[in-house]
Design a protein around this ligand. Structure first.
Ligand SMILES: [Zn+2]
Length: 67
């Protein structure tokens, strides 16, 4: 349950086969520059933040439609 204003944020992968919603974010965030985070994000670092009220919405298609 969210502690502040209840706002739902939604996101997905590019093909929308995997979708999710969250109710809020933790106050702590971090930038990690390990080799895995740099490769995964395709950038100099990956930004990591905790979420509240995570809800996965999976489509019936088992794999990404772009594969
Ligand atoms: Zn890392």
């Amino acid at each position: 349950m969210c502690q502040r204003k209840c706002i739902t944020y939604q996101g997905s992968c590019l093909c929308r086969g995997v979708q999710f919603s969250v109710n809020g974010f933790s106050e702590k965030a971090a930038n990690c520059y390990c080799s895995m985070c740099r490769k995964f994000h395709g950038a100099a670092f990956g930004t990591l933040v905790g979420v509240q009220g995570l809800n996965w919405l999976l489509s019936l298609i088992p794999f990404c439609r772009r594969l």
